[in-house]
Design a protein around this ligand. Structure first.
Ligand code: SAM
Length: 282
């Protein structure tokens, strides 16, 4: 008998694929965690029924979340990642030789363990000596940090459950305080087709605190609707005008990110632009 995974949300539409094997299925203190083996997508990490990463397309999200802010900041030395226990964002961040230290604050240690076992390519830098892993709530962690990080990356689940507060204005205020004077932040900002309210809320909450706020886009087949937004915000650096393409090594082995795409990603379709109420975000 065939086993089909379906991710169906309130819209009564979604993603489906054939499952070859169930590699892991457990309830952690925070969420339901499943790892499925498939022919087309390879291994797939699922939290509370929502696809987080697949071996086939994870590079898109991780490269765009990390490299856009890291190539915008002229000298990113200290980096904070909240969420991201699979290690994909860490893998991209440590490709930047200027980065001296990375803190990864992941609430659920079970995600880290599952990634180490079933996603060796994604988790391969989780033992990097530049990395400190803290198993705790990122919302609590950031409250006590002032003027410390050059770059903050929010690599979270959908803003429900433990991740709900990660899109709140109070959290973005704390992130502003945790950043250095030249600091930048990128956040995963949801699907403009499926969750336009979340996209709009994330943009406006960031824009209420940071002088520079822009949305940018990428395409991930296994995220709802494929088209995905990220929020970029900073204390002054502009991700297009302050970006120097010459900083990207010509032999960089990226699979999605390119200097041209860095700039193009900020060109928004009209309906996404409207989610920012016409605020200039390109
Ligand atoms: N690429 C993914 C996506 O957008 O679908 C994100 C993947 S990563 C696995 C998300 C992680 O955020 C999860 O492992 C989850 O445990 C973690 N997380 C959720 N809320 C958190 C919080 N408040 N503090 C720290 N980590 C959190």
């Amino acid at each position: 008998m065939e086993l089909w995974f379906k991710e169906i949300d309130e819209s009564k539409s979604g993603l489906t694929f054939l499952v070859k094997n169930v590699l892991l299925s457990k309830q952690t203190p925070y969420q339901r965690l499943d790892v499925l083996e498939t022919d087309f997508y390879g291994n797939v990490l699922i939290l509370d029924g929502a696809v987080q990463i697949t071996q086939k397309d994870e590079f898109v999200y991780h490269e765009m979340l990390a490299h856009v802010p890291l190539y915008t900041h002229p000298s990113p030395r200290k980096v904070l990642i909240i969420g991201g226990g699979d290690g994909g964002t860490v893998r991209e961040v440590v490709k930047h030789p200027e980065v001296e230290h990375v803190d990864l604050v992941e609430i659920d240690e079970a995600v880290i363990e599952a990634s180490k076992t079933y996603f060796p390519e994604v988790s391969r830098e989780l033992d990097n000596p530049k990395l400190t892993i803290l198993a705790m709530d990122g919302i609590e962690y950031i409250k006590s940090i002032k003027n410390h990080y050059d770059v903050i990356l929010i690599d979270s689940t959908d803003p429900i459950g433990p991740a709900k507060g990660l899109i709140a204005a109070t959290f973005y205020r704390d992130a502003f305080e945790a950043l250095t004077d030249n600091g930048v932040i990128s956040v995963q900002a949801e699907s403009p087709f499926y969750y336009p309210e979340w996209v709009s809320k994330i943009f406006h909450n960031l824009a209420g605190i940071f002088p520079v706020t822009k949305l940018y886009l990428s395409f991930t087949p296994t995220y709802p609707g494929g088209l995905w937004t990220f929020g970029f915000a900073s204390k002054g650096l502009d991700p297009v005008h302050n970006f120097d393409p010459a900083r990207v090594p010509s032999d960089a082995a990226f699979k999605y990110y390119t200097p041209e795409l860095h700039k193009a990603a900020f060109q928004l379709p009209a309906f996404v632009h409207e989610l920012c109420d016409g605020a200039r975000s390109y």
